[in-house]
Design a binder for this molecule. Structure first.
Ligand code: PLP
Length: 389
């Protein structure tokens, strides 16, 4: 075969080998072992029945055709309404563009804001696709670690220290995957100030905004930020629709106009009947409250069960679908911990180091299991923590 482009060869997955624990656990579960999977970030329940019905109705009604490149008008209007709620900034339909999932919204943001050779700052711990998304845009990036002792809140001075002459963007994620940290207004104000001072874009991944533990603050609402903030959003987490691939980017309308051409050469518009179902789901908020309440209850139950554990400290864990536990007092190498925990107790968790050095010594627990399974996992963790040597 002729040589592939260096651009595509460069899009390698990031993170350290922690994913091996997850893949090994999946294989063992497939082979019949009774393993509790707390390593994945996908709901354990189906999409709300009303959304499924809306989709079936749309298929039967003949919605089988090409759609408008930025999304059908009713979908963009519904997305704009949700962006208004999520960011606190009145948003119009021409300030949103529909994408198949939040990941494509992030990809679009990187393509729209960065030239090859530009530099971006990624605040860590981070979602695994961030570095390869920048590589796909030909951009350089620097990882800026937050600190466990700060509950993984970003410090403006650490970010400022990473600025380079070609820095054009900062990427943050709140509520955060993997830490569950919900960035405070104060943390965000510090970042906003850097963006204004150095004329930077702020990529703000808010796909978990409905699953927050407290107030969700979007940096788009801060002074002077609406013109430079690109908000990544999605129905995957909020509406229980991971496999439907519906997301959107909220951006200044001039940038959205440019991005319509990107949809021309990539998605060519979203799936017709999925778009119709998504409108129904957004307008009626199908499942949103129930899903948020479910994760809040699970987080409370699990944290309650592990809080008294010797040598285990809860960090972040305020929102989203994950909790972060500092297990370094038991085993400083979190990968070794994850392997030993899987082998001894048949529970799969992600080593924190897979998401950046700041989370070394931690494990990420996914709340995508029913409460009774989370309680069983907590009991196994307790047994493991007291016997591990
Ligand atoms: N951003 C974060 C932080 C995520 O955790 C995920 C998925 O897990 C995504 C974006 C992408 O979500 P989707 O493409 O399903 O909308």
């Amino acid at each position: 075969m002729p040589k592939p482009s260096s651009r595509i060869s460069g899009i390698t997955p990031s993170g350290k080998d922690g994913w091996e624990v997850h893949f090994a656990a999946m294989n063992r579960k497939e082979a019949g072992e009774d393993i509790i999977m707390l390593s994945v970030g996908d709901h354990d329940f189906d999409t709300p029945a009303e959304t499924v019905e809306a989709c079936v109705t749309a298929v039967r009604a003949g919605y089988h055709h090409y759609t408008q490149l930025p999304g059908i008008p009713r979908l963009r209007a519904a997305m704009a309404k949700l962006s208004t709620q999520c960011t606190g900034v009145p948003t119009t339909a021409d300030e949103v563009i529909a994408t198949p999932g939040g990941q494509l919204a992030l990809f679009a943001a990187a393509q729209a804001a960065l030239d090859p050779g530009d530099h971006a700052i990624v605040v860590a711990p981070y979602y695994a696709t961030y570095p390869p998304t920048f590589r796909a845009a030909g951009a350089e990036f620097t990882i800026v670690e937050t600190r466990a002792e700060d509950g993984f809140q970003p410090r403006a001075e650490d970010i400022a220290a990473a600025l380079q002459p070609r820095t054009k963007a900062i990427l943050i994620n709140t509520p955060n995957n993997p830490t569950g940290a919900v960035y405070s207004r104060k943390s965000l104000e510090g970042i906003a100030e850097i963006c204004r001072k150095h004329d930077l874009w702020l990529f703000s991944d808010e796909v978990y905004w409905t699953l927050g533990g407290g107030e969700h603050v979007s940096p788009r609402s801060l002074p002077g930020m609406a013109e430079r903030t690109l908000v990544i959003n999605s129905m995957s987490k909020s509406h229980g629709m991971t496999g439907w691939r519906i997301g959107w980017l909220t951006a200044p309308k001039e940038l959205v106009s440019l991005l319509i051409s990107l949809n021309l050469v990539t998605t060519y518009g979203l799936t017709d009947f999925v778009s119709r179902a998504a409108v129904e789901a957004m307008e009626n908020a199908y499942g949103v409250k129930e899903i948020a309440e479910r994760y809040t209850a699970r987080r409370a139950v699990f944290l309650d069960a592990v809080r008294g554990l010797n040598n285990v400290t809860v960090r972040g864990s305020e929102g989203g679908m994950y909790v972060m536990l500092d297990i370094s007092a038991i085993e400083p190498d979190c990968e070794s911990f994850a392997w030993a925990f899987l082998n001894a107790e048949k529970v799969a968790v992600m080593p924190g180091v897979s998401f950046g050095d700041a989370a070394a010594g931690h494990i990420r627990i996914s709340l995508c299991q029913p409460e009774e399974i989370l309680l069983e996992a907590a009991a196994r963790l307790k047994r493991f923590a007291t016997t591990y040597s």
